[in-house]
Design a protein around this ligand. Structure first.
Ligand code: PEP
Length: 222
């Protein structure tokens, strides 16, 4: 049976109180299922509190960052290094289109971030925007996120997303897991996840509200 990843990307949203309220609501309702990989990627300011709440509640919820430093720990003011995040997070989104656009992230910088993540046992979740986006070595989880679909309410078609996923699996190996991101909600999630080459979703806007996020998980149960 294939894995199903459902990863929440909160972007630059939620106070610590709001984050903990979300965990209290979502955590107890996540079904225990070995193949269901649910994760949440809060801001750095919420990470340790979210991690603590998940540990105390013993919820089947992974914790991720939305980025990390391309450098080791040390004299890099403002950076969050993988070495320091180790133990706090299971995975990190890397190469999101909002970082490429607003923070001039290049494929070269993303490759350095991936290396830092892997050295510190953090799973990189690489965002690819098109069939031309390179996947750095040893990345086994990628999110296909076409820019036109991010936050617009206009998702790609599941069939097209599957075509892209298929191309990436042919290029990088059949064990590459490809998830889809871009305006996913409870009405369309099932159509993406039932595609043969898509193994989950990355969810932005619809992950912010605990009820909306849970309804995405529920939509996959029926
Ligand atoms: C994202 O930015 O990773 C994303 C999937 O956003 P949204 O669901 O809001 O389109």
């Amino acid at each position: 049976m294939k894995n199903i990843w459902i990863i929440a990307n909160w972007k630059s949203n939620k106070t610590i109180a709001e984050a903990l309220d979300w965990v209290d609501n979502v955590g107890p309702s996540i079904p225990e299922n070995e193949n269901l990989k649910v994760g949440v990627c809060p801001t750095f300011s919420c990470l340790s509190e979210v991690k603590k709440a998940i540990t105390v509640g013993n919820y089947p919820l992974m914790v991720g960052a939305q980025d990390l430093s391309p450098f080791d720990a040390g004299a890099y003011t403002g950076e969050e290094s993988a070495f320091l995040l180790k133990g706090l997070i299971d995975l990190s989104i890397l190469g999101h289109s909002e970082r490429r656009q607003n923070f001039s992230e290049t494929d070269e910088i993303i490759t350095k971030k991936v290396a830092q993540a892997l050295q510190n046992n953090i799973m990189p979740l690489i965002c690819i925007q098109s069939q031309d986006t390179p996947v750095p070595k040893d990345c086994r989880l990628v999110a296909y996120e076409p820019v036109f679909a991010i936050g617009t309410g206009k998702a790609d078609t599941p069939e097209n997303a599957n075509e892209v996923a298929k191309v990436f699996k042919q290029k990088y190996g059949d064990d590459l897991e490809v998830i889809y991101g871009g305006s996913v909600n409870s009405s369309n999630v099932q159509k993406f996840v039932s595609q043969p080459d898509i193994t989950g979703v990355l969810v932005g806007n619809a992950s912010l509200d605990a009820g909306a996020f849970l309804s995405i998980i529920k939509a996959l149960e029926g």
